[in-house]
Design a protein around this ligand. Sequence first.
Ligand SMILES: [Zn+2]
Length: 215
Amino acid sequence: MSVSSKETIACRYCGHEQEFTLWQSINATLDPQLREQLMSGELMTFTCQSCQKSAEVVWPLLYHDMEREVMVHIRFDESLSEGQAPEADPVEDFMLSFTLRTVASRNELVEKVLIFEEGLDDRVIEIFKIALRRQLEQDAQEADGELMFSACGESEEGEKEIAFVLLKGEGESSFAVPLSVYEYFAENIRARLPDPEEEAGKWLRVDGGYAMAVI
Ligand SMILES: [Zn+2]
C-alpha cells in the first residue's frame, strides 16, 4: 500500500503557500502510476500556482517493488556517509529475502529502480562505474560528476549495450558500453562480492564507497 499526507508548502521563489501531497511510501507493484510519476520527477516537483515556477521537493520516501522483492529508501541522515548504512530502518520478517537499499537522492533511487528492473546487480554496477571513470580519465574525457546507470539497449548495429549518464551541474553526457564488456567484467568481479544471501534482508548503502571497500 502507498501512503501519503497533505502538507502546506511555501514556494521558494514567491512564498505562496499551497497544499502538496507527500508520499511517504510507494508500492510500485500496486500503484504503477505512482512509480511512473516518481521516475519522471513529477511526484517530487512542486509547481507554484501563483508564480508558476517549479522546484524539486525531496523528502524521505520508501519505494517498494513486491514483485522483485526490492525496497529502496531515500534518507537524508547526516550519518549517511559513503558506504555506511544508517541503522534505524527496521527489517520485518517478510523482508528477510529482500534486497534493501538506502539512497540519498531521487536520482539515486531512480538509478536503483532501473538497475533492479533490468535484473542487474547494483554492486557490480558501482564497481564498473569506478573502472569506467578511470577509462574516461585515461581517454582525457570529462569524468567529473555523478555517473549513473541509465538503460540497457541496442546500438544502431544491433549490438546490446549498457548506457550510463554523467551528470554535472545542469549538463549531462551519456555514453554506452557493449553489454558483453560489462558481462565479462561482472563475471570477473562476482567472486569478490559477498554472497547475496548474506546481504539479503540488510539495509545497504551500495555506492562508490561500498565499491571501493570491495575492490
Ligand atoms: Zn511561487
